[in-house]
Design a protein around this ligand. Structure first.
Ligand code: SF4
Length: 326
């Protein structure tokens, strides 16, 4: 680990000022400390934001829920409002990491976590995300775990978060505070596809701090859930996953929110699947037809072609589970 300075802040304004001076925010530290040990990350100054008052979960006037950026993953998963209104969020959190990590890691840190691409974490490998301009060892290397959607010539790494897939499906909003004040960004715009600058991963301005993630209410009574497919059943990242929320009234699907994980460079919203479901009656054939659209635009690499079919099956199965026809 390289030497670094450490400072602890007590209010958001001081955090933003320290971030503006180039400090890196740290809260649970479950990703950043590992990366510092491996010298993948070498921050000059760590700004400890663990004491900031961003730990609340509160209802919003529109019937949604606002989750503070420093709420621990375990606490968000267990919150009764989250569990009852957004089971897809609770399930995604509980299928992530380990109990020990969920007791430390925060919601803000979770969506900021960096890819598990093994070449990113190997400082001897070519990696445009870690060392811009050095190349991408995954493109001609072993790329079984990499993205089939949203990749570029510069990077094909997947985003590792589970709860971010639920946030993408639900069309969450990220609240930020920075040197120029507060602003909000849709979750779809918060995480960036790699393009030619894979080292730039979030739409954050210098010094900006995530203060909360807001989940909008789903229209009418709804059901939701998260399915994660992985090589082993615990403490493993997704090969594919599906976050699904459906509102069914009068036997007809009135709202559908669907996103996939493990397959995209960012959590992958599936508007073609959603559109196919709207206004129709739930049935096994409907789920199968809709899921056929889940991999539209996929560009598999040498070792991950299996993800195309696996993604369709993951989405179909979770539509069936949430839609109640299994
Ligand atoms: Fe680096 Fe992205 Fe290539 Fe992985 S896929 S080696 S993170 S540039």
């Amino acid at each position: 680990m390289e030497p670094f300075a450490y400072t602890k802040v007590r209010d958001v304004r001081a955090a933003v000022a320290a971030g503006r001076r180039g400090g890196r925010f740290i809260a649970g530290g479950t990703t950043l400390v590992d990366l510092m040990r491996e010298t993948v990350e070498r921050p000059g100054t760590l700004v400890d934001i663990g004491a900031l008052p961003l730990t609340g979960i509160s209802p919003t006037p529109g019937g949604g829920v606002r989750i503070g950026a420093l709420v621990r993953m375990a606490d968000a998963a267990a919150d009764p409002r989250v569990r009852s209104a957004f089971p897809v969020v609770s399930q995604a959190l509980e299928l992530s990491a380990s109990p020990q990590l969920r007791n430390m890691a925060t919601i803000g840190g979770n969506i900021m976590q960096r890819t598990r691409c093994p070449y990113f974490r190997d400082v001897t490998a070519r990696c445009n995300k870690r060392a811009p301009g050095s190349g991408c060892a995954a493109l001609d290397g072993y790329n079984r775990s990499h993205a089939i959607l949203g990749g570029s010539e510069a990077c094909v790494a997947t985003h590792p978060s589970d709860v971010a897939v639920a946030f993408a499906a639900l069309e969450a909003t990220v609240h930020l505070q920075g040197p120029d004040g507060d602003r909000s960004v849709s979750f779809a715009d918060f995480l960036l596809r790699p393009g030619s600058t894979p080292d730039r991963e979030q739409a954050l301005r210098p010094g900006e701090l995530i203060t909360a993630v807001e989940l909008p209410a789903l229209p009418g009574p709804s059901r939701s859930g998260y399915l994660k497919v992985r090589d082993r059943q615990s403490y493993e990242f997704a090969l594919t996953s599906a976050a699904v929320a459906l509102s069914i009234r009068g036997g007809v699907i009135r709202a559908a929110k669907v996103a996939a994980g493990g397959v995209g460079t960012v959590p992958w919203k599936l508007p073609a699947v959603e559109q196919h479901l709207l206004g129709k009656r739930p049935s096994d054939s409907l789920w199968a037809e809709a899921a056929q659209r889940a991999a539209d635009g996929a560009r598999p690499l040498r070792h991950n072609g299996f993800k195309v079919e696996l993604l369709k099956r993951t989405v179909e199965r979770q539509l069936r589970v949430v839609g109640g026809t299994r």
